[in-house]
Design a protein around this ligand. Sequence first.
Ligand SMILES: [Zn+2]
Length: 105
Amino acid sequence: MSTANIEKLQQLETEYRQRIEAIDRDLHQQREPDFAEQVTQRENEDVLRSLKLEAEIEHRRVQAALDRASKGTYGECTRCGEAVEEARLAAMPQAENCMRCASAV
Ligand SMILES: [Zn+2]
């Protein structure tokens, strides 16, 4: 198991957490918009919510990978149990499946 991948995971964990917090701050910025602004504000909120959802999904994947690292199963495909390719983990340290299983989904 490569410790570089774990360091990257920890970095990603912080990044996604901060991104979610920043989006939350934006979402909770309450102001009194006039009628014309309300539509724009709603659209902005929709965009922010979908960005937040994306970040939350990735954040969970990163946390799950860190969890596997602490259990010593990091780098094993959660589907077939084979080793996930090094290049794949280097590009996406939170990858939970090997190339074969990922393309079979
Ligand atoms: Zn697999």
